[in-house]
Design a protein around this ligand. Sequence first.
Ligand SMILES: [Zn+2]
Length: 310
Amino acid sequence: MKYHATNDIRLIIPKAALLTVFDECDGFDQDETGGRVIGTFKEHEGKLEIRVTGIIEAGPQARRSNVMFFQDGAYQERIFREIEDQHREIEHLGNWHTHHVNGLQNLSGGDIETYHRTVNHRNHNAPFFYALLVTAKRRSADPLRRYTVKHYVFRRGDERIYELSNRQVEIADAPLVWPAGAGHSHGKRDGEPKHEVRSNPNRAYDNEIVSEFYRGIRPFSNAKLGMYWRGPLELLDGSAVEVVLLEDSAAAAATYSVTLREPPAALRTLAEEIATVEFPSARAALITTERSCNRALYQHGGTHKVHFSA
Ligand SMILES: [Zn+2]
């Protein structure tokens, strides 16, 4: 038999982690997607306890189709090092990805080969590799039951693939170290459904639009600012202006604000105005900023002739 049962492995995964995964799946109906799973583990006399504490998104340079998925490893490493600065105990536990778009009910041959290779690679710290696989989309109003998932564990020096049963998986109420804000209940009023703060369906669409149309602009996070995006916004006259896009997730629904850094004269008034606006999503903030900047440049046309004729 390909998949083995075991009593030696226990998995603790926060609801916020599952919601992050499902939100991402909602944004990808045709193509596979996924991300890295991070957290901590304990191993004692062959018994393994895996505790998930974060999910790192695939990254802006990830490549996808309905049967394959390559993550942006450089981006994920950068995020991991940022998290590690504040949480020394965090390790790479494994990956998650989805087959709900192609109907495969288990890991593919390619997945298995890759994970066996990874777990036995000297650069892989943990003595195991955890793989979360989304296999199907369900019709369920319960946000935690929107998708069917399977949990697999590969152990170093072991040919077998372990599939965890439901009783080995504990779904916990705990915040995540990443994505920033996921699972934290600050700012939540009583009586609101618990998942509203944690699940941010906007995030998947935002990441998709930003990575597709605003290639220079990258997501970041730190303890002081929380989640933010930063990079050059290219404008119609061939110039670029540096934007910082901040997420304020303290309220039940996150809002976004834009700062233009060192704007040229033609954009100075606009920069002051736009800094006071609260946007409902990162993509709305960027698209509005881009259009407004282009309009300002166009109206200011005379002073920018040098760019158009260049
Ligand atoms: Zn796969």
